[in-house]
Design a protein around this ligand. Structure first.
Ligand code: FPP
Length: 253
């Protein structure tokens, strides 16, 4: 009997979705409001999408909240975003715990203010037993910066004699990445019509599928999320190999 689309999406849908949440500034400007207004609207969407994950069979959600390049924005916007992140953690902690969401942060914490880092640590500790959804927030994150920091730690281990140079390979290097406990993303979504990955999860997304949609992030709904997951479920991922036929035989593609 044919599998209905909703069920097929749930059984073959992505386990880990990563999102580049773009378009907050334009969304606010179109309404004659300051850019930070768009970021606040974007934060409300984060909650909606996190809460949709269990219904769609998504176990891991990673969102790009602030990049290593975003410090180039005006001082007012950067300060507004940092204040938004602090407020988000304080306000959402209870709901995240109630929804069994385990929160992790990736990125370099060195440049973030101590109060924010303290709240991040507290939220990670508070939710560390949660299992339903794994939410990872990339904050002061850049893929190249992550690989450079990982390489530095790896080199230190080699210098101390904890790792032999001949053991540095595709298995050992990712253990030094911020994402070492996460599976690689299956699907990367970017909103707002831009088709680039902007230094997001460079190593981890080597075999990810991509969806670039025109919707500005504050307009991105749970329904659109569901449509993208269903579309992913219809894709044929081969990881550079061959398609395996239903009967078990390999079909060269
Ligand atoms: C990109 O839009 C968005 C950001 C740099 C910030 C993303 C932050 C949020 C969605 C806020 C909440 C997040 C969490 C996890 C609490 P843009 O400002 O570059 O938009 P534009 O391209 O239209 O200017």
């Amino acid at each position: 009997m044919p599998v209905p689309p909703a069920q097929s999406a749930a059984t073959r849908g992505p386990r880990h979705v990563a999102i580049i949440m773009d378009g907050n500034g334009r969304w606010a400007t179109m309404r004659g409001r300051p850019r930070i207004f768009g970021h606040h609207a974007g934060a409300r969407r984060v909650r909606e999408i996190v809460e949709a994950c269990p219904d769609y069979g998504v176990d891991y959600l990673t969102v790009f909240a602030f990049s290593t390049e975003n410090w180039k924005r005006t001082q007012a916007e950067v300060a507004g975003l940092m204040s938004l992140f602090r407020g988000y953690i304080r306000r959402e902690a209870r709901a995240l715990l109630a929804n069994d969401v385990r929160v992790r942060f990736i990125g370099d914490r060195v440049r973030l203010d101590a109060k924010l880092v303290g709240l991040m640590d507290e939220l990670e500790a508070l939710t560390q037993q949660c299992q339903t959804t794994h939410l990872t927030v990339a904050l002061n994150y850049g893929g190249r910066d992550e690989v450079a920091r990982a390489t530095r730690r790896l080199a230190e281990d080699v210098a101390r004699g904890h790792l032999r140079p001949e053991d540095v390979n595709e298995e050992t290097l990712p253990r030094y990445l911020d994402t070492c406990v996460l599976p690689d993303p299956d699907l990367v979504i970017r909103t707002s019509g831009e088709a680039r990955i902007s230094n997001f999860l460079l190593w981890q997304s080597a075999y990810a599928e991509y969806e670039f949609v025109d919707t500005l992030w504050p307009d991105f709904t749970r329904a659109e999320f569901g449509r993208l997951l269903a579309s992913y479920a219809r894709r044929d991922r081969r990881f550079g190999g061959v398609k395996v036929a239903a009967a078990g035989g390999a079909v060269a593609r």
